[in-house]
Design a binder for this molecule. Structure first.
Ligand code: 2M8
Length: 446
């Protein structure tokens, strides 16, 4: 990206200054082959963070963006899963909990050469790879040839090892990336909370962020229990799909899976290959998301708890993210738009910035606590991208302007109070920096 002096600041902020600050953060958070989400709270490579980061890096350092994605592929397991964390061996085991000695990935047949976690995150990587491919120009094809088999294997893993019926299930709240949504409260109640786990394990997140902004100890102990059970089964997906204490089908995860098949179709075309299989798969998943997860009465998509086979009623940003699917029926797009701009999310209204992660009218809405209310830039950006897919350009632009305004006023924070705009969570947060660059670069290129 060329940041020309005097680039028009459509939202009234100095885009050049903001872009320079964002680039500085991405440079500071780069550790040689990848970018950490945060030097303090998250000092390793995270899966979906890297994809968002690549989408920003692509505009000013496309080769580095390619390295970001390819290095994550180096952490892929032989079964195709791309783990949610690729650990940096230069960082102490206890710098983050749960660290490498907790996940014990080296015990697994087909483990990659570095330590990783064993759970996954939403598959946004093909979307990132398709963007990087564009940014690389003539070098794009070589990149596409390298990344394509990894991304195909990632989606085969989901189809073969994670589906319950047509859709993919997650086995841990962390796999949704929207870790602490109130949607998970009911399914998590089935998971015993054992605070004695903290005699063995110490939370590291609380060293870097206030307890009021992070998950409770009760929920954290459930996260540990679920991860331990999956680990102790040898990360056996048959076992966890049959007996796991948490098994949920999430609309955002599945919509991103369908969207990733469309991105794979683009990548296949660039390699002169037939995109037909990817297009058919995108259509299949989209149809299943619509048929199984759409709620007419709630006006958005809902998650399904496999233990009860029931849809979970919470209205969250995960239910709006399927907007990124071009194949949605028109009346669903209209309803989603109404929900997004209505009382529950108030997107585009005077007093709200971005898309709150949770329903503003629900008594559990918490403007400061991680994933239980605040606006995050990645989910806001996904919703804005979805609005653009369906030609709702004015609101898409307003959400992108909100992203710029939030950072201009509060800095490159992890998340933001949707109503006051105050910044929360960690500082110098990489995907906030990267997606800010993405928005500024796209805006300045018209
Ligand atoms: C948060 O999740 C990690 C666990 O993966 C944590 O809280 O320790 C989430 O916001 C997740 O979506 C994100 O990928 C990760 C790193 O930014 O942090």
């Amino acid at each position: 990206m060329v940041i020309a002096a005097g680039t028009p600041a459509t939202s009234g902020f100095d885009h050049d200054r903001l872009a320079r600050a964002a680039i500085r953060v991405l440079i500071q958070n780069w550790h040689g082959h990848a970018t950490v989400p945060s030097r303090s709270l998250y000092p390793h490579q995270w899966s979906w963070d890297s994809a968002f980061i690549a989408m920003g890096l692509e505009h000013f350092a496309p080769r580095r963006a390619a390295v970001e994605v390819l290095s994550l592929c180096g952490a892929q397991w032989s079964d195709g899963r791309i783990p949610h964390i690729a650990f940096n061996p230069a960082v102490a085991d206890d710098a983050y909990f749960p660290g490498p000695s907790f996940w014990q990935s080296a015990e697994i047949d087909g483990h990659p050469p570095i330590d990783t976690s064993g759970i996954i995150q939403p598959p946004v990587h093909a979307l990132a790879a398709a963007a990087v491919l564009q940014g690389l120009g003539q070098e794009g094809q070589a990149f596409a040839g390298r990344v394509y088999p990894h991304l195909v294997a990632q989606n085969s893993y989901l189809r073969q090892r994670r589906t319950v019926g047509e859709l993919a299930a997650v086995v841990h709240p962390w796999e949704t990336g929207l870790d602490n949504l109130p949607t998970w409260d009911a399914p998590l109640r089935a998971v015993p909370s054992d605070l004695s786990l903290f005699k063995i394990y110490r939370r590291r997140d609380l060293d870097h962020a206030p307890a009021t902004e992070r998950p409770t100890n009760e929920d954290y102990s459930r996260y540990i229990r679920l991860a331990l059970a999956y680990r102790d089964s040898g990360y056996d997906d048959d076992e966890v799909r049959q007996n796991g204490e948490f098994l949920v089908v999430d609309p955002a995860f599945n919509a991103l899976w369908a969207r990733s098949e469309l991105a794979l179709a683009e990548i296949a075309r660039s390699l002169g290959q037939d995109p037909g299989g990817h297009l058919a798969e995108a259509e299949r998943i989209t149809t299943a998301v619509v048929d199984q997860l759409w709620s007419e009465s709630r006006g958005l998509f809902l998650a399904r708890d496999e233990s009860t086979a029931r849809l979970l009623p919470e209205r969250t940003v995960a239910g709006l993210i399927p907007l990124i699917l071009p194949g949605l029926p028109a009346q669903i797009v209209t309803s989603l738009y109404e929900t997004l701009t209505g009382d529950c999310f108030q997107a585009g209204q005077e007093d709200v910035r971005g898309v709150p992660s949770f329903d503003l009218t629900d008594p559990r809405y918490d403007p400061h606590r991680y994933w239980r209310g605040p606006t995050w830039l990645n989910t806001t950006w996904l919703v804005a991208s979805g609005l653009a897919v369906h030609h709702k350009d004015a609101l898409a632009q307003r959400l992108r302007d909100d992203m710029v305004a939030l950072v201009a006023n509060a800095g490159l924070r992890e998340y933001f109070n949707s109503q006051t705009g105050s910044g929360h969570g960690t500082t110098n947060f990489s995907w906030s920096a990267a997606l800010l660059l993405q928005v500024i670069a796209s805006g300045s290129m018209g």
